[in-house]
Write a protein that binds this ligand. Structure first.
Ligand code: SF4
Ligand code: SF4
Length: 438
């Protein structure tokens, strides 16, 4: 049987060999920890600590400010040094709590829960909400909201997004290889919320070792299957993943729940496991530190709030001068110019490249080759949308389904004229979304 996939997509050099074979390593931050109050989609959290206050690892330092919001926890023990704006990876200054690390890692006592099979659905959702878990694949949508659809009985698939299709990223790969039990148990906890759902572990077929391991672990689990997906970017984008795993289609006006699906990435499912079985709030994540400018690329278990510069130091520093540093993957990440940026709940990678592939070429005129259309998983015409965006023609942009773009970057990657297609479309989408919010 052929592997499940979607139409369009690309096969970039995946760069995963740099870090994929090294085990994850836990690191202990030395400097101050910075916790932006907005590291999730929704209302920023509100501080519940004051300057000068001593805090413990695992202590709540900011409370959720509404249903679509998430609390934040200290990941070290120390003293609150400041509550002030600090720069985050996307370039904005965000109000943040700064903690001076005392190096003692004195932990708060965690609330132990009953075995998860004895917990009610509401109890599980409350634990996840209280633990501050958000989508750790990059979106940062509060997980308890995702797990509270209007009609839970209509959810037929709970998909663990194990595709990890972005080039260079290997954190989900290492997690699956080293801690597959946590992933499977986390999925079983989420399945307990949806009586009519099957669980799918959706893995790209370039991770055969993970597929075999997960198949073995779940052979007696009647509600869980492992689905091998074709290796192709952006296989892990929500719409493409749902289509490849279930054959169901969603568009920009729909939520996965409208197609009977709930999707969570690997790190998020594992965070659910830690919260429900150990009572631990979200304080850590796995970050891939990689790229040909880094001396010893690998995956680190990182405390949220750690400075990016410390990750580079742990990876042996730079062996060559980086021309481009990206927070996240090369396709969907953000270029950064300062390494003093905190790791947040949604930071997946720090990629340091010796060549800036984008800046290397000057864009030229479109030669109408049609390649951008061929690869576009959103089934739109990127060249046309980019033109409308550049001319600020919002009506035509919308009429030509500009909002169906998932900002995957395939069109810019393939364009022989090196036109900044994704960049233009992204800016227009941002404007439309901002005006809709108003
Ligand atoms: S138009 Fe959007 S969805 Fe289509 S290839 Fe470009 S970035 Fe991806
Ligand atoms: S890939 Fe580039 S050159 Fe080819 S049609 Fe699209 S915009 Fe034009």
């Amino acid at each position: 049987m052929g592997l499940s996939t979607f139409k369009g997509g690309i096969h970039p050099n995946d760069g995963k060999n740099l870090s994929k074979d090294k085990p994850m390593k836990a690191i202990f931050p030395k400097g101050d920890l910075v916790y932006p109050l907005s590291q999730h989609i929704g209302v920023p959290a509100v501080p519940v600590v004051e300057k000068g206050q001593r805090v413990l690892e695992g202590q709540k330092i900011a409370e959720a400010a509404g249903f679509v919001s998430a609390p934040i926890y200290a990941s070290v023990s120390g003293t609150v040094k400041a509550i002030e704006p600090r720069r985050v990876a996307v370039g904005d200054n965000v109000m943040s709590i700064v903690i001076e690390n005392d190096g003692l890692y004195e932990a708060a006592s965690y609330l132990k829960h009953k075995p998860y099979t004895e917990l009610t659905k509401d109890e599980i959702r409350d634990i996840i909400k209280e633990a501050g878990i958000v989508g750790m694949g990059g979106a940062g949508f509060p997980t308890h909201v995702k797990l509270s659809p209007k009609e839970p009985n209509k959810i037929e698939y709970v998909i663990a997004n194990c595709a990890e299709c972005e080039p260079y990223l290997t954190s989900d790969y290492r997690r699956m290889l080293e801690e597959p039990e946590k992933l499977v148990e986390g999925l079983k906890i989420i399945l307990q919320l949806f009586d009519n759902a099957q669980g799918i572990l959706a893995v790209e077929d370039n991770k055969r070792d993970c597929i075999e391991l997960l198949e073995k672990l779940t052979e007696k689990e009647k509600r869980i299957t492992v689905k091998a997906l074709k290796t192709k970017y952006p296989q892990g984008a929500e719409r493409q993943l749902i289509f490849a795993s279930t054959g169901r289609k969603i568009n920009s006006k729909m939520l996965p729940a409208d197609a009977g699906c709930v999707v969570n990435n690997v790190d998020t499912v594992v965070a659910v496991y830690h919260a429900v079985t150990e009572g631990k709030p979200l304080m850590h994540r796995i970050v891939t530190v990689t790229g040909n400018a880094v001396a010893d690329p690998r995956n680190f278990i990182v405390r949220v709030g750690t400075d990016y510069a410390e990750l580079i130091e742990e990876a042996g520093g730079f062996k060559k001068e980086p021309a481009k540093i990206i927070s996240g993957g090369p396709m969907m990440g953000f270029g950064i110019f300062d390494l003093h940026i905190p790791v947040t709940k949604t930071s997946s990678a720090l990629l340091c490249l010796t060549e800036d592939e984008v800046a290397k070429y000057e864009p030229t005129a479109c030669i109408n080759c049609g390649k951008c259309v061929e690869v576009c998983p959103g089934r739109v015409v990127p060249a046309r949308l980019a033109d409308y965006a550049q001319h600020s023609d919002r009506d035509k942009f919308l009429k030509n389904n500009g909002m169906e773009c998932c900002e995957c970057g395939c069109c810019s990657f393939i364009c022989p004229a090196k036109r900044p297609l994704t960049q233009s479309i992204k800016s227009m989408r941002k404007m439309v979304l901002a005006s809709r919010k108003k």
